[in-house]
Design a protein around this ligand. Structure first.
Ligand code: AMP
Ligand code: GLY
Length: 423
């Protein structure tokens, strides 16, 4: 059987790696892929937002299953287009992907169905938003309604910061249409975790809980990034909390989406904060998280193709999903300057040596140039080690990283520190 994966980051490299374990898989194509993925799949230059071209490609290459990584093609209706052509595509429809593409939709859904989340209000006019902020006081959280590549959220510690965020999002239109509406949210305090789950629209099966590290420097200092590393399982999600999340968040959300006429199938990403009042939703994403996927999938002890087919066919209840009794740690190697301005085109060495030590080296921002792998993005590589426990995983991953070099490379030295501390 032939598969198609859409996307080009570390998440997609991890997806292709896992999907390839199925012995019936003959060939995996990846659009557009990256130099790491090229070693295990055929990378194809197509526009990931061109549904007609992707459908035509899938038909021409007898694709049995398509897996969508990023949110943009999902909110662009790729799953609807594939379905309309009788093609199996893992992910939510355009209507269901609103759980990520419209924060207003997600918040109103949670309000209507009593799913625990931060208190909020939605505004279409900057002045009203500002009035509300002045009345609420700080800290407060300001979010652009639409997709803003993870940059549409401002956690404001002062009223002035919050007012400036409204100006940036609504008046300066930094995010275009995505910022024509803002959500103002109560500031929640507590440890964060991400739980990804497989669902077919009825049954929902959570994956091992992960924690990512959004700040660029050690001890959670410096600006937010797309994610500097992750680990799983996250001990903050105890079995009791996991059960509570299932009962109060996951199952009600899947039921709510069905009741709203847009059943959700695919991977549902839950970002939550463990508040003193219990777990509350900070966001839903309509896709696998990155870098979380780079630690979660290496721990999966079941066949990913079968699970995804179960999600598409509505038979997930009959599929067994098992996890290895191990831990995984992923450290992101970033380009000098990231998350601000950074160089591209620097030669990367030592990837093979790191892999020979038994670690995964997932490519995120790399390119091929004259037979060498060079940097081509802010987050360049995700190195993942699995081990008996988190501490051993940490030791193993940093040993692997010691083999890899490129100019001005930087990374966090404290990935998983919370898990190690909590022991
Ligand atoms: P999001 O893009 O919604 O995941 O938000 C990015 C980050 O902002 C989250 O990972 C949190 O650290 C923080 N954040 C978002 N919403 C809240 C909230 N209501 N209270 C506190 N922090 C938040
Ligand atoms: N790691 C956060 C995300 O994938 O949105």
């Amino acid at each position: 059987m032939n598969l198609l994966v859409i996307g080009s980051g570390g998440r997609e490299h991890a997806l292709v790696t896992k999907l390839k374990e199925n012995v019936e898989v003959q060939k995996i194509y990846c659009v557009p892929g990256n130099p790491g993925i090229t070693k295990i799949a055929e990378c194809v230059e197509l526009d990931i937002m061109d549904n007609a071209a992707l459908v035509a490609f899938a038909k021409a290459h007898q694709i049995k299953l398509t897996v969508v990584g990023p949110e943009m093609p999902l909110s662009n209706g790729i799953v609807d287009a594939f379905k309309a052509n009788g093609l199996a595509c893992f992910g939510p429809t355009q209507a269901a992907a609103r759980i990520e593409s419209s924060k207003t939709f997600a918040k109103q859904l949670m309000e209507k169905y009593d799913i625990p989340t931060a208190k909020f209000a939605v505004f279409n006019h900057a002045e009203q938003a500002k009035e509300y902020i002045r009345a609420q006081g700080a800290p407060v959280v300001v979010k652009a309604d639409g997709l803003a590549a993870g940059k549409g959220v401002v956690v404001a510690m002062t009223i002035e910061e919050a007012l400036a965020a409204v100006d940036m999002i609504m008046c300066d239109s930094v995010f275009g249409e995505a910022g024509s509406q803002v959500v103002i949210e109560e500031f929640l305090v507590g440890e964060e975790a991400s739980i990804l789950a497989f669902t077919d629209g009825k049954t929902i099966i959570p994956m091992v809980a992960a924690q990512d590290h959004k700040r660029v420097y050690d001890q959670d200092q410096g600006p937010n990034t797309g994610g500097m590393g992750a680990y799983a399982p996250a001990p903050v999600i105890t079995p009791a909390i996991s059960e509570q999340v299932m009962k109060e968040i996951f199952q009600p959300t899947v039921n709510a989406m069905k009741s709203e006429g847009c059943p959700y199938s695919g991977c549902l990403y839950l970002g939550l904060i463990m508040t003193a009042d219990g777990p509350k939703v900070i966001e839903f994403n309509a896709r696998f998280g990155d870098p979380e996927t780079q630690v979660v999938l290496p721990l999966l002890d079941s066949d990913l193709v079968t699970i995804m087919q179960g999600c598409i066919e509505g038979t997930l209840a009959d599929v067994s999903v098992n996890w290895k009794n191990e831990a995984a740690v992923c450290v992101v190697l970033a380009a000098g300057g990231y998350p601000e301005k950074y160089d591209k085109g620097d030669i990367i060495t030592g990837i093979d040596e790191a892999e020979q030590q038994g670690s995964y080296v997932f490519h995120a921002g790399t390119a091929s140039h004259e037979n060498q792998v060079v940097t081509n993005g802010g987050r360049v590589l995700g190195v993942t080690a699995t081990a008996f426990d988190i501490r051993q995983g940490v030791d193993k991953v940093y040993q692997a990283i010691a083999k890899i070099k490129f100019k001005d490379m930087h990374y966090r030295k404290d990935i998983a520190y919370r898990a190690i501390k909590s022991r």
